[in-house]
Design a protein around this ligand. Sequence first.
Ligand code: THU
Length: 129
Amino acid sequence: MGDALIQAARAAQANAYAPYSRYAVGAALETADGRIFPGANVESAALGLTNCAERVALGAAVAAGAREFTRIVVVTDSSPPAAPCGACRQVLAEFGSDITVEAVGPSGARRWRLGDLLPDAFGHADLER
Ligand code: THU
């Protein structure tokens, strides 16, 4: 069900490696030129080394040369659908605050502009002092 980005995020959720939390997350990131990069959470027995689905998708996209993003869909089984964690918001904000963030779950969807989820994000301009 849903559009191609939602379908990609759902497919990625099925591939989540989450044996510790048993909380599967799928993400799919769309680039300005229409490419789609999926991600799933990848947990580790060294629990703090877990990678979130959103940052897995972003890393794959950047590794493929993408720099401009329009939308990310995050699929969980939470109701209401869970928004991305703070760390993922910050890392996504590296690439712009206009990205649409869409959370999808069993009870529907919610969407935001990234800049509204993370106002006053730390950014490269702050490094200029
Ligand atoms: N998780 C994500 O993949 N994305 C988020 O935005 C929040 C949390 C994952 C990390 C961990 O594998 C599981 O969900 C429970 O925290």
